[in-house]
Design a protein around this ligand. Sequence first.
Ligand code: ADP
Ligand code: MG
Length: 200
Amino acid sequence: MLKCKNINISLKTKKLISNFNISIYHNEIWTLMAPSGSGKSTLLKYILGNKESDFSYNGDIYVNETKINRRSITERDISMIFQNDLLFPHMTIIQNLNFVNKSSNLKAIDLLKENKLDHIANSMPDKISGGEKSRVLLIRVLLLETSVILLDEPFNGLDTETKFKTKDFFNKNLLKFNKIALMVTHNKDDVIDNKKILNL
Ligand code: ADP
Ligand code: MG
């Protein structure tokens, strides 16, 4: 379970996030909806463990009942797809995935094959489509094998049809690997599970 308890974030004197609370269990994909500039990315980065100097933060974060506030990013059991996330441009898709993969259980090529993406294994990032890139970014975080996955506007820039298929891909894979997922977005078309929406 991911539990956020009374999280408050201010930017200098401006309050961005007030008393944010949520509990997310395994196999749940929650969406936090709020307009641009409201502090969504800042909140996800705080949960991940990436604080920035202009902000003041308080509130507790628990992963599987353990308070993780004082832990470093790599010890939190949380990973994230960042807003406008990038692949290394000078590496092929499979090289990008193998670069991060420390898992002894999962092989990048198997995940590509299972998802019918092995034809792009040797492509360069600038030669794949937006929908393929979103899927590769999800496979990359799955390879990190954390319990919690944070998703910051992961479907930006996709057309309606591609977004629909990509959401289905995210839903299937997050459930298959038993993840705890929190997505933030300003766009209601991005929502994966309509029963699990929170407005900021
Ligand atoms: P959202 O993701 O909801 O669009 P952000 O969390 O990116 O919102 O930004 C919230 C506010 O904080 C905005 O006013 C933005 O300009 C500001 N901001 C974002 N990142 C920084 C930073 N590193 N330093 C100072 N201000 C920032
Ligand atoms: Mg943002």
